[in-house]
Design a protein around this ligand. Structure first.
Ligand SMILES: [Zn+2]
Length: 221
């Protein structure tokens, strides 16, 4: 009888944990089966044994899901006051006989620069044109984001995985640059050989979503 009571309590608890209707009229043969250790699934027992542990597991799962959503959300690359600059700052603007292949985001030196999306750092380096640069591949969008003219070498390196919003460097004016800004490109595919597209529409959307208004006074960078 004692064993049957325990089995009955276990079934009720397991049923509740599994969201099932409580069994109300179990026949004797059913009780006998339930008394056997194999008659209730180990998962049901586990769920029924400790509601707190179930709660913790759900909380951890919720946090993990929130983290995944956050990582999937794009981020505006400059985390501070900025403006869109003059005509030459725009995609397609004149650049000594060729077209500007990115959008310049005018901002003060030292303003943090972050990954716009989660992805893999393909390359970092420094040369006379790009200054301190970083190429970030986004497997979700199958695109590569190019950052140029950063103040110092990026704080992440080739092969590193970064999350959207993770700091990678700071605004500067290294390389071929007039006025502190981040030069930002979006190129199709993995690497910088793919066609460049105008990043401005996406940048504008990301700035709004991140509540970063384009309020830096012209020429203030
Ligand atoms: Zn530029």
């Amino acid at each position: 009888m004692k064993t049957s009571n325990r089995a009955s309590a276990l079934v009720l608890a397991a049923s509740a944990a599994l969201g099932l209707a409580a069994p109300t009229a179990l026949g004797q043969s059913q009780f006998q089966r339930l008394e056997s250790p194999t008659s209730v699934s180990s998962r049901a027992v586990e769920l029924a044994r400790d509601d707190n542990r179930g709660g913790t597991a759900r909380t951890v799962a919720t946090i993990a899901a929130a983290n995944r959503r956050e990582a999937a959300r794009p981020s505006f690359p400059v985390r501070g006051a900025f403006n869109w600059g003059q005509a030459a700052a725009a995609f397609g603007g004149p650049r000594g006989g060729r077209a500007h292949e990115g959008q310049d985001v005018m901002s003060r030196t030292g303003t943090p620069v972050v990954a716009v999306r989660s992805g893999e750092v393909l390359e970092t380096g420094n040369d006379g044109g790009r200054g301190n640069y970083l190429n970030l591949y986004d497997p979700r969008m199958k695109a590569t984001y190019v950052y140029m003219h950063m103040n110092r070498p990026p704080i992440v390196g080739a092969g590193d995985r970064v999350r959207s919003g993770q700091r990678i460097g700071e605004v500067g004016c290294t390389g071929s640059c007039f006025g502190d800004h981040l030069h930002f490109e979006i190129r199709a595919g993995r690497g910088i050989a793919g066609a460049a597209r105008d990043p401005r529409p996406l940048l504008e959307r990301w700035a709004v979503a991140d509540h970063i208004p384009a309020t830096l006074a012209a020429g203030a960078s």
